[in-house]
Design a protein around this ligand. Structure first.
Ligand SMILES: [Cu+2]
Length: 390
């Protein structure tokens, strides 16, 4: 009978093996410690380098701007104490009156300029804007527009010639998501008082974000440096009756902004704890001054989520998207019969709704904390009285 002998070692042999094993293990462990030590050293050096970079940026900003010193100072301070003071919903007593008096940002999509070359000139400026009734904020934004910047509209194949004039007190830049271009060349920092012109071909249809890309980008976007560019496809989308552009964004305040303008709270921006969230820069502005449509018309919304960090979960109460070009991919057929579409920070999407029945149809970010903070408006269809449902 054959037996399969299990290799066995004498006790003596086992002892020897285990001794050798421990020696090898000790050597390997030593090597591991050395390698980990090296990694730790490299990571520490890297952290030091990025801290230094932040400090350099903060110093540069501190030297050149008054209100920016808070943001930049906080950018270098990593010891954020939580919880952070919230100014969410804090408005003066006459807020309703102020909201009524506020001229809502024009959300209508402008016409496409004629010709193959579309010249765009924007001047960046340090300016105070209102982000909610009676709530003032120190932005770095676009002269004549505030935040967001102008809605740009071109057709696929047109060339955009962008001239950025820096009328602010620190360096800024402009980054077009619609462009295929070397960012280190085109999206470079422009010093205060300087201007810079570059061109790109709008070869990819959709709706795109543009924004300042100067470091720290979180602070520059949070301070209002963003906008939307619509690129019509060469083969046009179905014709609709109304076209509106909505740019979602959030605001992080270091004070309530009532007795004096608030500036950026970098701590809150990092913690993603906004005081206000808005469509086109001002909380609830289209609740007081609704966008309009007639019964039976189709309305198209071009939505960009500028962030700086949070998404906009776009939904129109009382209807369903007949067509939704998710991620603004207009080279493929749209989705049909969709209720809510997340528009990611830095992304865009296009929505068509045909509404037959007169009424007040709220459009929201269905992440409802955002509705509470101001990211809600109304599409008023036909002649209606009364208050909105949401
Ligand atoms: Cu900037």
């Amino acid at each position: 009978m054959t037996t399969h002998s299990v290799p066995s070692h004498s006790p003596r042999r086992r002892e020897t093996d285990s001794g050798a094993f421990f020696k090898v293990a000790a050597v390997l462990l030593g090597l591991l410690v050395a390698v980990l030590g090296m990694f730790a050293l490299l990571m520490w050096a890297d952290a030091r380098r990025s801290d230094d970079a932040t400090d350099v940026a903060a110093t540069a900003v501190n030297q050149t701007a008054g209100q920016s010193s808070t943001a930049a100072g906080q950018a270098a301070d990593h010891n954020t104490a939580l919880p952070l003071d919230s100014f969410a919903g804090v408005v003066p007593e006459n807020a309703a009156e102020l909201a009524e008096a506020h001229a809502a940002t024009d959300a209508m999509l402008p016409a496409v300029p004629a010709g193959n070359l579309v010249k765009v000139k924007m001047t960046l400026k340090d300016m105070v804007v209102e982000v909610a009734p009676g709530v003032k904020y120190n932005t770095w934004a676009f002269d004549g527009h505030g935040a967001p910047g102008p809605i740009l509209h071109v057709r696929e194949g047109q060339t955009v010639e962008m001239t950025l004039v820096n009328g602010g007190s620190i360096p800024h830049s402009i980054d077009f998501h619609a462009a295929r271009i070397a960012p280190n060349v085109a999206f470079k920092d422009v010093a205060p008082g300087e201007s810079f012109t570059f061109r790109f071909k709008a070869g990819d249809p959709g709706v795109y974000m543009y924004h300042c890309g100067t470091k720290p980008v979180l602070a520059h976007i949070a301070n209002g440096m963003y906008g939307a560019l619509v690129v019509d496809p060469a083969k046009p989308l179905p014709k609709v009756d109304n076209e509106y552009v909505l740019v979602g964004s959030e605001w992080y305040l270091d004070s309530d902004g009532i007795s004096k303008p608030a500036s950026l709270s970098m701590d809150k921006a990092r913690a993603m704890e906004p005081d206000w969230t808005t469509f086109n820069g001002y909380a609830n502005q289209y609740v007081t001054h609704p966008l309009t449509a007639n019964p039976g018309e189709t309305t198209r919304f071009y939505v960009v989520a500028a962030g700086p960090t949070l998404d906009t979960n776009f939904h129109v109460v009382g209807t369903i998207f007949d067509r939704a070009w998710v991620n603004a991919d207009v080279t493929n057929p749209p989705q049909n019969g969709v209720q809510t579409v997340p528009v990611p920070a830095g992304g865009g999407a296009i929505f068509d709704v045909k509404i037959d029945e007169a009424g007040l149809y709220p459009f929201v970010s269905h992440a409802f904390a955002h509705v509470d903070l101001g990211q809600v408006g109304l599409l008023k269809v036909g002649k209606v009285d009364g208050a909105a449902s949401h």
